[in-house]
Write a new protein. Structure first.
Lengths: 258, 417
């Protein structure tokens, strides 16, 4: 399989304000969110970053999507560096997180065209893809309804569609089913599997074991910014159910720290 | 005595309820104070800044007004007097910065006084004024002897000396029980103030319109910029844009140009309203002065260029503040001090006579726009200040867009809460 993503020594430190120090009850002036993280992902696979809240999953994905800059290390996506070629990287990826919102004022139709233009998608391809995606997710009936008037589930489906307007080869999803109702979550997971079948690479973060077991070909367990283990599900689980294995690793990691 | 629910008045239950209400009220007060005093920016803009800004603005206004009041006070004015009567001569002997010259005043001299650069006042007494005054009987129905004083109100020195001469003659007239007139116009065509009507109108417009334009442009920018940038941050939609391949400078330029365009439309709409209502406001219609007819197409072109350059830099600066703000409300708070500075620049024509001669003043953003607009309305437009204003404002806008690009690139600014 072709390696499409290589992450090497990615590190990110955040400075803590006095207010944050109070909340965190610490005197530390900074916190290392991601520490010397390295992993690879191959074309046509779903790679899952599994970890508890605050482990550094979202920070890692935000660095991969070039929203934030790494302090050191680099990630090469389809030959482009997140450090030195962020615009090219953004052209190659589709990034979806609950933090990214769509303007309430506009309609799905307008937003699809708008983001297609930003991704330099030609008009004919845009219209063809719009029809296909809107039909696939049932958005076509609401194509001229303002986002403000769409249901939460419909907004999430639209966000997913908008993140893929340019048919990217690498798709980065932060907690893809977080906050979704069961029906929408199912639509999303089914679509991720379809994308994998179409040869797309998907990097997702989650803390839901069942999602990893259902979707991921390979998984990396990340705790306190460190990649603890990384491999296929069988390699990581080592004969145990994933949940059991995760807690074993977590306890060992935390016990080691103590 | 019992309360409505049957418990005795003043019973522990009622006291407890009262105490709880007081406690809750105090808790709310404490929370509001903690919110207010814990936010240093809010504290600064609400408590410290108003006093500071009033002090600065009033100090500068006072300085400007004092400068205006003393303008022309030291300029020597030639008072050319025809038939200076012996009874009036002593009254005018010691007037400050005046030179009394006894000589005939011709119609040509009067016409020449239309030039506002001449520091002159012309006075015509009737021949034999002293005896005419003595002989005059008000009950005769005849016209009283008339003293004609010609001046140019567009010239501060001429205007100052006119008021001195007119004041001393009025006092003298009162002492004589109104036995002569001052500047009685026997003919509608006669003008004693020889200031050009265009210049008078231009002077009024140059003090009012630039400030109004600046205010309208600013209100247009204020109405949209915080929502377009700080609002996008607040709603999380800016991040959706930032993950597209678009360059940050394209985003910054797109924002500034679109905001400028919308603000300009808003400004133009308001400007048309002003232009249409201004004749009524200054009652120029009744004076037979047709507003705007005496401005050339070059004047209008310069005005348009100035408005464009001003709105560009204004949108860029407000965009920077909006990008730095956490949300729309915070943007509004951050923009207030900037707005006060801009408004102060708008007020400067009211406290000055003419526009600065040196070119360095035209490097100061907003002040330069105001001065160029003032010069256009006052018919004093010069090309070099216009060029300096235009080039510097475009350069400042470029710098502002560069800063905005950096801000769009800054994860701390874009994703801070």
């Amino acid at each position: 399989m072709n390696e499409i993503l290589r992450v090497e020594g990615l590190t990110k430190t955040f400075k803590l304000s006095r207010k944050q120090q109070k909340i965190e009850r610490t005197n530390r002036k900074e916190i290392v969110a991601v520490n010397d993280l390295s992993f690879t992902a191959n074309q046509g696979e779903i790679f899952g970053l599994l970890g508890p809240n605050g482990a550094g999953k979202t920070t890692t994905l935000r660095m991969l999507s070039t929203l934030i800059h790494p302090d050191s290390g680099d990630a090469i996506l389809d030959g482009y560096s997140v450090v030195s070629q962020p615009e090219e990287v953004r052209g190659k990826i589709g990034f979806l997180t609950s933090e990214l919102k769509l303007e309430d004022f506009f309609t799905p139709n307008y937003l699809f065209d708008f983001f297609s233009q930003l991704h330099q998608v030609d008009e004919a391809t845009c219209q063809q893809r719009k029809q296909q995606m809107f039909s696939r997710f049932g958005i076509d009936k609401f194509a001229e309804v303002k986002v403000a008037n769409l249901s939460t589930g419909m907004k999430q489906k639209l966000s997913l569609v908008i993140s893929l307007v340019h048919d990217p080869d690498i798709i980065i999803f932060d907690e893809p089913t977080n906050g979704l109702d069961v029906l929408t979550a199912r639509v999303v997971t089914d679509y991720l599997q379809e994308l994998r079948s179409a040869g797309k690479t998907i990097i997702l973060s989650t803390h839901i074991f069942s999602l990893v077991e259902k979707l991921c070909d390979r998984v990396g367990i990340i705790i306190d910014g460190h990649m603890i283990t990384c491999g296929t599900l069988d390699e990581v689980c080592d004969g145990l159910p994933l949940e059991e294995r995760f807690f074993e690793i977590y306890k060992a990691q935390k016990g080691g720290e103590e | 005595m019992k309360t409505e629910n049957g418990t005795p008045k003043g019973s522990p239950t009622e006291r407890e309820v009262k105490r709880k209400t007081e406690n809750n009220t105090w808790t709310i007060i404490k929370k509001e104070f903690a919110r207010f005093f814990g936010d240093r920016q809010l504290l600064f803009t609400t408590v410290i800044m108003p006093g500071l800004m009033i002090y600065i603005i009033y100090t500068l206004m006072g300085s400007g007004m004092s400068k205006m009041a003393t303008q022309g006070a030291d300029d020597l004015v030639a008072v050319r007097v025809e038939n200076l009567p012996t009874c009036v001569a002593p009254l005018w002997e010691n007037l400050p910065a005046t030179a009394i010259l006894q000589q005939p005043v011709s119609q040509e001299d009067i016409n020449n006084l239309e030039n506002k650069d001449l520091n002159e006042v012309l006075v015509r007494f009737p021949e034999g004024f002293d005896s005419l005054v003595v002989q005059y009987k008000s009950e005769s129905g005849e016209m009283a002897p008339n003293v004609e004083i010609y001046y140019n109100s567009a010239n501060n020195a001429s205007s100052r000396v006119y008021h001195l001469l007119e004041g001393s003659l009025s006092n003298y007239e009162d002492q004589l029980s109104n036995r002569f007139d001052i500047n009685r116009a026997d003919d509608e065509e006669v003008r004693f103030d020889l200031a050009n009507q265009d210049e008078v109108l231009g002077s009024i417009l140059s003090k009012l319109i630039p400030m109004l334009i600046l205010m309208l442009l600013f209100s247009g920018v204020m109405a949209i910029a915080p929502s377009a940038i700080a609002g996008e941050k607040e709603r999380g939609t800016i991040a959706t844009l930032l993950v597209t391949p678009m360059r940050r400078n394209e985003l910054a330029l797109g924002k500034v140009v679109s905001l400028s365009g919308i603000a300009l439309l808003s400004g133009i709409s308001s400007f048309i309203g002003i232009v249409l209502s201004l004749p009524k406001m200054i009652q120029a219609d009744t004076a037979g002065v047709e507003l705007g007819l005496n401005y050339t197409s070059a004047d209008y072109a310069v005005l348009l260029i100035t408005i464009l350059a001003t709105v560009l830099i204004m949108a860029a600066m407000v965009s920077i503040l909006s990008a730095l703000a956490k949300d729309v409300k915070n943007a509004g708070t951050m923009i207030v001090p900037f707005m006060l500075v801009v408004m102060f620049c708008g007020l400067t024509p009211m406290f000055q006579s003419g526009t600065p001669q040196g070119l360095t003043s035209y490097l100061i953003p907003f002040y330069n726009s105001i001065q160029v607009m003032t010069s256009v309305f006052a018919h004093e437009m010069r090309w070099m200040p216009v060029i300096v204003m235009l080039v510097s404002n475009v350069a400042y806008t470029g710098i502002a867009i560069w800063i905005l690009t950096r801000l769009f690139n800054s994860e701390k600014v874009m994703f801070s809460r």
